[in-house]
Design a protein around this ligand. Structure first.
Ligand code: ZN
Ligand code: CU
Length: 473
């Protein structure tokens, strides 16, 4: 088995513990030894030169379900130090969806190219054409609904709920990490507590997690959080609130209330949340999100692809109509909504219950910069420049905390016996480059990334090894 010795790195182990100087010996796909002045006997020697060595980052919130198959190099993520992506968020997963004409927002995933009735089918496709990063999968509640229900505008009947539960049970038995829901989106909005709790009880038998894009992140956010938390209690299973934000000017500043509620709930149940470090959200174009106040940037438009990258106010002015009318003409499409305020973003980022998840949308023409920049931006802007977090705290939110929440064994921490998923980075140089104007930009300061003992990224390029694996719970 190949051995690699990394000498003189500043080791940040992912637990939140402070950095320490160390040598790290790797054997095969695992960490064999961590110590001082280890003997320089290895097939490969890497001089760490005082760079920071951390566990490879875990992107807990992705929509990379199809992307890992379409573009296995996964450069947008890998170049930020990400070694594992968790797919199937917001209720949307490729498994078990086999429909040919997916309703919105399932089309976010580019579902039509792929047919995976079972999780094993998806895992096999990944094994046959392995991406550069590991993949863990959630099963989407909206995908279950679309598979089982002819009419998505109502709550599921008892027999439909039973059928969804069976599909979920099968996926969990095949290693799914949990269930996600997106009650915010129309095809799941009619789901009631009875339907959700029945599915969560299935989850409870397999110790899966319940991950939610809650019903609303606007005025009714506290009720929506309570609903999701109470749903998770039916398992009981641990609950993760996706991309926490207080959306819309009326709700700015309310993260004081929402985080207080999250803390109260954490005394009763296992809870967490994920967050990306930007003031704009991004999803489909929806006229109910056009309030005439916030700025809206078009990321893609099927009828008007030339409008990607332009602001809705300018398009409306050019067309001589109001913003809602312009939105309708641009649909179906996607947009960035500048719906958050900085103090809320900071409060959520700094909170001990939050993890980092990009929520990047890989199929948009002009994607939100979080796709290429989220992890680097936390390290550069919020950690180094703003000192909102210490480096070990920030890295814990990208690694150890994330692996523990999602049940990823032997990942997210640097210790002897753990998998050799690693990132070697320069905390002084790390910088996100992706912007709303130029979103396809690789960050700087990530020197090397290793996945399962193989170098996946070095010298600013993906090595193309395809060392990623499908991770089963
Ligand atoms: Zn979402
Ligand atoms: Cu999402």
């Amino acid at each position: 088995m190949k051995t690699t010795l990394l000498r003189q790195v500043e080791l940040i182990d992912g637990t939140g513990a402070p950095a320490r100087s160390a040598d790290v010996l790797l054997r095969g796909d695992r960490i064999a030894r961590i110590g001082q002045n280890l003997p320089a006997e290895a097939d490969e020697l890497v001089d760490g030169q005082g760079l920071t060595l951390a566990p490879g980052f875990i992107d807990v919130h992705t929509h990379d379900d199809a992307q890992v198959l379409r573009d296995p190099s996964m450069l947008a993520k890998l170049s930020q130090g990400v070694s594992t992506v968790i797919t199937g968020n917001c209720g949307l997963s490729l498994v078990p969806l086999v429909t040919t004409a997916p309703v919105s927002p399932l089309d976010l995933l580019h579902t039509t190219e792929f047919r995976f009735p079972q999780l094993d089918d998806y895992a096999r496709a990944i094994a046959q054409n392995p991406p550069s990063v590991n993949v863990g999968a959630l099963i989407g509640h909206t995908s279950l609904r679309a598979t089982v229900m002819p009419d998505l505008s109502r709550a599921a009947s008892a027999s439909e709920t039973e059928a969804m539960g069976q599909l979920l049970e099968q996926a969990l038995a095949q290693g799914a990490l949990g269930l996600s829901s997106g009650l915010f989106y129309q095809p799941a909005f009619a789901a009631d507590m009875t339907e959700m709790q029945a599915l969560v009880r299935v989850l409870g038998r397999h110790r899966g997690v319940y991950v939610t894009h809650i019903r609303t992140e606007m005025d009714g956010i506290l009720d929506a959080m309570q609903e999701a938390a109470d749903t998770a209690q039916a398992g009981p299973v641990s609950w993760i609130m996706s991309h926490h934000k207080c959306a819309g000017p009326r709700n700015w500043g309310r993260s004081i209330e929402t985080l207080a509620l999250l803390e109260r709930l954490s005394k009763r149940q296992d809870v967490g949340t994920d967050v990306y470090p930007y003031g704009a959200g991004s999803t489909l174009l929806r006229e109910d999100l056009v309030d005439g106040v916030i700025d809206i940037l078009i990321t893609r438009s099927d009828p008007h692809p030339e409008m990607a990258g332009r602001h809705l106010t300018d398009i409306a002015a050019e067309w001589g109509c109001d913003q809602v009318q312009a939105c309708r003409r641009l649909m179906p499409g996607g947009a960035c909504y500048f719906q958050m305020r900085e103090d809320d973003v900071r409060r959520v980022l700094a909170h001990p219950l939050s993890m980092i998840g990009s929520d990047g949308l890989p199929h948009d023409e002009r994607p939100h910069p979080r796709l290429w920049g989220a992890f680097a931006r936390v390290l550069a802007h919020y950690c180094r420049d703003e000192q909102l977090l210490t480096l070990p705290q920030a890295i814990h939110k990208m690694t150890g905390l994330s692996a523990a929440r999602f049940g990823l064994k032997d990942r997210g921490v640097l210790r002897e016996g753990a998998f050799a998923d690693l990132v070697l980075l320069d905390p002084q140089r790390v910088q996100d480059k992706a912007t709303y104007d130029k979103p396809h930009q690789m960050c700087e300061g990530i020197e090397r990334v290793m996945v399962n003992g193989q170098w996946a990224f070095a010298k600013g390029q993906a090595t193309g090894t395809g060392a990623g694996r499908f991770l089963r719970r």
